[in-house]
Design a protein around this ligand. Structure first.
Ligand SMILES: NC(=O)c1ccc[n+]([C@@H]2O[C@H](COP(=O)([O-])OP(=O)(O)OC[C@H]3O[C@@H](n4cnc5c(N)ncnc54)[C@H](OP(=O)(O)O)[C@@H]3O)[C@@H](O)[C@H]2O)c1
Length: 352
């Protein structure tokens, strides 16, 4: 069986994208597609473009040694638009994919929304690990994708590479999701878990930053914005809610005192940041807030970096998925899984 070759334009070349290009190289023959990186665009590290493909692992080595892909002034929003525009002809056959891994801006999901939109309009498929586009503009971007006969996929937006969106989309045809509830922010789960062991809040948060798990701006985690963005993604995907993270009732963990955590732990309960959403007869109820999880609550068994999501459905009752490990490899894998789907749809093996 010949494997389709995808041409990739990487927009953003940070921790996730660099792990992703190494994972592509490591997985090689095991993947159901082959991939050629034809461009890399960053914000401050320059850009490089090569129609015939470039050595992305060497580019990752270069950036990790402190090098630049080109003079930094070469990378600008206009330069990115030009790179995308130049790929239009190559994209006609449906084999060019934008891999979007820029940073989440919780004010409006930009500039990632513009990147996704520009990619789809130029005939590229788009896969993204950035929550912004799906959290702020799911409906519009899926509409644009359908009209262009292209895919916009973002499995990495929620629980990294653990198949959450794919679980429902690909394995539960005809099932209606009524609600969901979970622990989906690794940093907050880890910090609260560490506080139960007597570790100070600041030290636990610093450990998450050192491990590259906390967002570049950790207030996105501790103020509940990351979890709210994930709730918005799920509500948009499963309820067609048309919401943004600003529609999620949100309380973070920054105000939690050690005594609150320890008081819960003393009676076998656990204080955690819980994300939830459910359909109402009219509209939706979406929430991120600290909750005391009593023993017997399936979320109460999670420790450290573990995440879980329980989905309530009409036909299958409650279905849960647990993530025990959350490293960059899992996030990078989400992009690989999305690309495998793009390749399978292109080969006619899956419905878009
Ligand atoms: N790290 C994780 O564990 C994880 C897990 C799940 C999802 N995510 C999501 O994945 C995305 C990437 O995370 P990361 O850890 O790789 O972040 P990162 O290391 O900070 O990398 C972000 C990259 O985006 C580039 N960038 C920012 N704004 C840009 C723009 N306007 N145009 C072009 N490039 C731009 C940056 O360029 P410069 O370096 O030149 O500024 C950098 O290469 C984020 O949305 C994050 O929320 C991350």
């Amino acid at each position: 069986v010949t494997r389709p070759t995808l041409q990739l334009l990487l927009v953003g070349f940070g921790h996730v994208a660099r792990r992703f290009v190494r994972l592509l190289a490591e997985q090689g023959e095991r993947l159901p597609f082959t991939a050629t990186v034809v461009g890399i665009v960053t914000r401050r590290h320059g850009l490089c473009v090569a129609d015939r493909g470039l050595d992305a692992v060497a580019a990752a080595d270069l950036v990790e040694r402190g090098g630049l892909l080109s003079p930094p002034e070469a990378s600008s929003p206009e330069a990115l638009v030009n790179v995308v525009f130049d790929l239009r002809e190559a994209a006609v056959g449906g084999r060019v994919v934008m891999v979007e891994t820029t940073l989440l801006d919780v004010r409006d999901g930009q500039p990632a929304r513009r990147h996704v939109d520009a990619g789809l309009h130029a005939g590229l498929h788009v896969v993204s690990a950035n929550k912004g586009p799906a959290a702020f503009a799911w409906r519009a971007l899926q509409h644009t994708a359908r009209r262009a006969n292209r895919s916009f996929l973002c499995e990495g937006a929620v629980m990294d590479g653990i198949p959450v969106l794919g679980l429902v989309r690909d394995t539960m045809p005809g099932v209606r999701v009524e609600g969901f509830r979970g622990i989906v922010n690794t940093t907050c789960g880890f910090v609260l878990s560490a506080m139960e062991q007597g570790q100070p809040y600041a030290a636990a948060l610093a450990e998450m930053q050192a491990r590259g798990i906390a967002e570049a701006d950790p207030s996105l985690d501790v103020d509940g914005w990351d979890a709210a963005a994930k709730v918005a993604v799920l509500a948009n995907a499963w309820f067609d809610a048309g919401v943004t993270p600003h529609d999620v009732a949100r309380t973070g963990i920054a105000g939690i005192e050690p005594r609150d955590v320890l008081a819960a732990a003393a009676r076998g309960a656990h204080l955690r940041l819980v994300a939830s959403g459910r359909r109402l007869s009219a509209g939706v109820a979406l929430r991120v807030a600290p909750e005391v999880l009593e023993p017997g609550d399936p979320l109460a068994t999670l420790r450290g970096v573990e995440n879980a999501l329980y989905v309530t459905t009409d036909l299958l009752g409650e279905v849960g998925i647990v993530q025990r490990t959350g490293t960059l490899t899992q996030t990078a894998y989400a992009l690989v899984a999305d690309l495998a789907r793009v390749a399978a749809v292109g080969a006619g093996h899956l419905q878009p």
